[in-house]
Design a binder for this molecule. Structure first.
Ligand SMILES: [Zn+2]
Length: 276
């Protein structure tokens, strides 16, 4: 739930935003090398996409992906929301957000590592990152610990994973949040939202800018918070309890990271004069 990440415990509403904030498409291939690089990216993504759609596990030894050139050496921090005493949002049948976010974070880490990225998880167990002495301000201490950990890693990208919750079981749909004014984060959020639309249960939601979320206020660059679905929506909650759907979410995020760094590389190439 996003409210856990607001400053001073302020609860935000979860209404859909009206602006979709999509970036304009890019064009302008300038040379063969660029075309080849693009092709490699597309092929890698297409293979993984086909595997995902076909229901083939992406995590078996036979499906070991080759490295993704744009991801090799990239430092990526994945933050599984909540943990420990902080369960986050809860489904009607008592399933906790903290367990779903951790499972997706671990699946995402596998995909990114297979592709050659250096992946760091703010947590890989059921903990909220606090110390016993933090009693009384655990939520803030947890957020601060995640921030300190993330900054120390000097990440090329930061992805915080959360599930949503609402008073009404009818509310549904994954969406991505970024800090208002952070263009790199907006670019990653935009491509991730498109992949959520393509691969996850139907969502009419759009990217959402914010200026209040604790982590996104403090972590720059392509830093986003992915709300992967509503624990309080019966269909989404049930799906998120299954390994195949969680892997699908992980894949959608993974593909977004690949595409984001592809965009960055292409933008650099387009700024470089083509040799005659
Ligand atoms: Zn949350």
């Amino acid at each position: 739930m996003r409210f856990a990440y607001t400053v001073a415990g302020k609860v935000l509403d979860n209404q859909e935003v009206v602006s979709d904030g999509r970036d304009k498409g890019r064009d302008g291939l300038t040379n063969l090398a660029l075309i080849r690089r693009k092709s490699r990216r597309i092929i890698a993504a297409s293979l993984a996409t086909a595997a995902c759609i076909a229901g083939i596990t992406l995590f078996s030894s036979s499906a070991q992906a080759s490295t993704e050139p744009g991801l090799v050496g990239k430092r990526i921090v994945i933050d599984a929301g909540h943990g420990g005493r902080d369960g986050g949002a809860e489904s009607a049948d008592g399933k906790k957000e903290k367990d779903t976010t951790l499972a997706v974070a671990n699946d995402l880490a596998i995909l990114l590592r297979q592709a050659g990225a250096q992946v760091y998880l703010t947590r890989d167990t059921d903990t909220d990152l606090t110390k016993p002495s933090d009693l009384g301000h655990r939520q803030h201490a947890s957020l601060r610990a995640r921030t300190v950990y993330t900054k120390a890693k000097r990440p090329d990208a930061f992805i915080s994973i959360h599930c949503n919750g609402s008073p009404s079981p009818a509310w549904r749909g994954a969406h991505v949040i970024y800090r208002d004014g952070n263009e790199e984060a907006k670019a990653l959020a935009t491509v991730m939202q498109e992949n959520f639309r393509a691969y996850l249960l139907p969502t009419k939601r759009t990217i959402d800018d914010t200026s209040t979320l604790y982590l996104l206020r403090r972590i720059g660059g392509p830093a986003v918070l992915a709300e992967i679905g509503f624990m309080t929506n019966p269909q989404e909650s049930a799906a998120m309890q299954t390994s195949p759907y969680r892997q699908r979410i992980a894949f959608a995020i993974y593909k977004s990271v690949v595409e984001y760094f592809g965009q960055v590389e292409n933008a650099k190439d387009e700024l470089t004069p083509a040799t005659p």
